[in-house]
Design a protein around this ligand. Structure first.
Ligand code: HAM
Length: 427
């Protein structure tokens, strides 16, 4: 029988990746640093499913989000979607089971996300996020701590060059309202503002019959990194209060949390539709187009999902992009070494060798043994290829003396050691 298959059906799907063991070592190393940083800030890890109801993601973002989603019907005719992010799932979880927990609730997560994005370096269809949500407080210290956590996670991971930008959507939308821009007009402007296409923003404002001075003022506001300039444009009380709060957050960030490098950036609009008030982003400029490592802010989702309203804020760090940023900065990831590689030199020694391997493994050492019976030279070569620190060579001569030969793989130095003393000599 002849099978005619298109080769592509066996290929990796577009936008997804396989990870080699070396890549996984890097990923696990960074994941552990991120996890311990979350924990050091009093956050607790949770997990939610990879797929949710399609409605969960449509509820706030509307039909448009469909373009970005992987969704499907299951065999029970339910509409489901692979999660594009974890904030909506975490708030769904909160509403279903965690509302009675003591506040504030500080939750963190790692999880794969799926977006029907156009793949390129740093942008994938399957990618991983490390993120968190804080529920039950909107105090300036809570928000300053949240921003600090995001920044520290990336710093502790080893990313050197970071840009932290902080904005506020309540202030921005109050200025939109001052200018009497309709929702449609705002919707048109937001992607342009997001991409810092200020000339196009200016042209659009002219098309919307905004007078020259107001259009120029808005562009100045969007470009400024000086909070005093922001103050100059604000007329409404809600926005004034938000600005005061933002100033407190920035003072705490600098004076109490010790984060010196950040800037105000009123053109942060964030891609997602649920934010209000504080928003922030952290970039790794070395990455060029896909430089955003982290995005977050305050948002409202609880009441939409049927829960009792409470303040919510959070952020997510693109895990894969963080690795790409570290690689681009030539970060030296530690090489994982194997403690011992055991080489039995004759068939009747294999059993004894396995006893030694198991005793060492039980003591917590990482140990492998030659399973191919390939002789000393080739086994030693293999031991170096897996970065073994020591090789234990067991031949008939060693067994006669109730001993083994321990070879230091770096220096090549060899010693005959009694079997009962192995543990002491490989510490
Ligand atoms: P987001 O900005 O959509 O926010 O995503 C957060 C981060 O995920 C981005 O800054 C980026 O590093 C990474 N990312 C996004 N899309 C891709 C992709 N296609 N490939 C690789 N990395 C990607 C959120 O998802 C919000 N849920 C964050 C949040 C949490 N807000 C409040 N709480």
């Amino acid at each position: 029988m002849i099978y005619l298959y298109n080769q592509n059906v066996f290929n990796l799907p577009r936008g997804t990746r396989d990870f080699t063991s070396k890549e996984m070592q890097k990923r696990r190393y960074i994941e552990e640093i991120m996890r311990s940083t979350f924990i050091s800030f009093g956050y607790h890890e949770i997990q939610t499913p990879t797929f949710e109801t399609l409605e969960l993601f449509k509820a706030k973002s509307g039909q448009e989000i469909i373009e970005e989603l992987y969704f499907f019907k299951d065999k029970g005719d339910r509409d489901l979607a692979l999660r594009p992010e974890l904030t909506a799932p975490v708030i769904r979880f909160y509403v279903e089971r965690l509302q009675m927990e003591p506040k504030p609730l500080k939750l963190f997560y790692f999880g794969n996300c799926y977006r029907y994005d156009r793949p390129q370096k740093g942008r994938y269809r399957e990618f991983s996020q490390a993120g968190c949500e804080i529920i039950g407080t909107d105090s300036p210290e809570a928000y300053a701590e949240l921003i600090t956590l995001a920044y520290k996670i990336l710093k502790n991971s080893g990313v050197e060059n970071l840009k932290l930008n902080i904005g506020n959507l309540t202030i921005l939308s109050s200025i939109f309202n001052q200018l009497k821009l309709t929702k449609e007009q705002q919707k048109y402007l937001i992607p342009l503002i997001d991409k810092s296409m200020f000339e196009d923003v200016f042209d659009a404002l002219k098309d919307f019959d905004i007078v020259n001075k107001d259009a120029k003022d808005l562009i100045e506001l969007l470009k400024t990194t000086d909070i005093k300039i922001v103050n100059k444009f604000i007329k409404n009380n809600l926005a004034k209060k938000e600005l005061e709060k933002l100033e407190k957050i920035l003072t705490l960030l600098e004076k109490a949390f010790g984060i010196k490098h950040f800037q105000i950036q009123m053109n942060i609009v964030r891609g997602l539709d649920y934010y209000k008030g504080l928003v922030f982003e952290i970039e790794a400029p070395i990455l060029g187009a896909e430089k955003q490592l982290c995005g977050g802010g305050a948002y409202d989702l609880i009441s939409l999902f049927g829960g009792k309203d409470s303040s919510t804020a959070g952020f997510a760090i693109g895990f894969d992009r963080t690795i790409v940023a570290l690689e681009s900065e030539n970060f030296k990831f530690p090489i994982t070494k194997m403690d011992v590689y055991v080489i039995p030199l004759a068939e009747d020694i294999i059993e004894k060798a396995i006893n030694i391997v198991q005793t060492l493994r039980d003591q917590g050492f990482t140990v492998d043994l030659d399973l191919l019976r390939r002789g000393l030279g080739k086994s030693l070569k293999y031991a170096s290829s897996i970065n073994a620190k020591k090789a234990i060579i067991i031949g008939p001569k060693e067994i006669e003396k109730d001993s083994v030969t321990i070879r230091d793989m770096e220096t090549g130095e060899q010693k005959l050691i009694k079997i009962k003393s192995i543990i002491n000599s490989i510490q």
